[in-house]
Write a protein that binds this ligand. Structure first.
Ligand code: SF4
Length: 289
């Protein structure tokens, strides 16, 4: 029942964020349904955390086991002990997430790089600092954003994740989304976008509009490591984050690329607080955050 209510609440939130607040029902008014959904959000009690068999789920838990974990702390404990795919044998640290569990913005990248594997934190390198500046340029400080990756352990040599690794690990990310309940998800890069949306479409086709992931509005943008290799993508990324900003602010009028704000950013995404107009002169990159 709880899962049904969560799904309904997510669905309604997503529809509302897309500017489609109406749902046609028979036998109940719109207010009746919204009251019930909002009431469920404030009264539903999660099962006791003590019921989570962390050791068993970390060893052999199914997707359903992961999705049934009731709180972020037990989800973290499962991830940090996880041996459900081969990456557990080569990782240094599990990179679970960074940021508050009540965040309005949830960013999802691909997988940890060398810096993340060493520190246990996502997006801590040069790409992470660029991401921080981009977020700040649209009014989101890093400390208020929940950041994670599809994979929690680093693939050796930053190779591409394998299908069985994605299948094993992605339920952890999905459960993170369900527990945070963000106003918007920002998919960073092709891999995260394609994995979350279940598509092989290119970033070019996926950017510039609002998608839905499990009922949550989702915006696609470049991975910050890609921006380090191509500074010309910084401004399009800023536009993508402007779209995320508008969704959080409840302004649904600009959900397509053609409606995005023209002109200069209010602040330079490469250096918030500085005048707009100068692109970054950053080079190199890789998956490392
Ligand atoms: S990548 Fe995910 S599924 Fe694989 S060992 Fe790490 S936490 Fe477990």
């Amino acid at each position: 029942m709880t899962a049904t209510r969560d799904a309904l609440r997510s669905y309604l939130r997503g529809r509302e964020a897309l500017g489609v607040p109406e749902v046609f029902l028979s036998g109940a008014s719109r207010d009746d349904v919204l009251d019930a959904v909002r009431g469920a959000a404030s009264h539903v009690q999660d099962p006791a955390p003590a019921g989570t068999d962390v050791g068993r789920i970390a060893r052999e838990g199914t997707r359903e086991d992961i999705l049934g974990i009731s709180d972020m702390e037990n989800l973290r404990r499962v991830a940090e002990a996880c041996s459900r795919c081969g990456l557990h044998s080569t990782r240094t640290k599990v990179v679970f997430a960074d940021g508050p569990a009540e965040a309005k913005v949830l960013c999802v990248g691909e997988a940890p790089g060398a810096n993340e594997d060493r520190t246990g934190l996502p997006f801590v390198g040069r790409a992470g600092k660029l991401l921080d500046r981009l977020l700040l340029s649209v009014g989101f400080s890093r400390s208020e954003v929940f950041i994670c990756n599809v994979l929690k352990c680093r693939p050796p040599g930053n190779r591409n994740p394998l299908p069985d690794e994605i299948e094993a690990c992605s339920p952890i990310m999905l459960r993170q989304v369900e527990l945070v309940r963000p106003a918007v998800i920002v998919a960073l890069g092709t891999f995260a976008a394609q994995t979350l949306l279940g598509t092989r479409d290119s970033l070019r086709h996926l950017r510039g509009r609002t998608h839905l992931y499990e009922g949550y509005p989702l915006v696609v943008t470049y991975h910050p490591a890609a921006l380090l290799r191509n500074a010309g993508w910084t401004r399009p990324s800023w536009r993508d984050l402007q779209l995320a900003r508008r969704i959080v602010d409840g302004d649904h009028g600009g959900s397509t690329l053609g409606e995005q704000v023209e002109g200069e950013p209010a602040t330079n995404p490469d250096n918030p607080g500085s005048p707009a107009g100068s692109q970054g002169r950053l080079t190199l990159g890789g998956r490392d955050g």
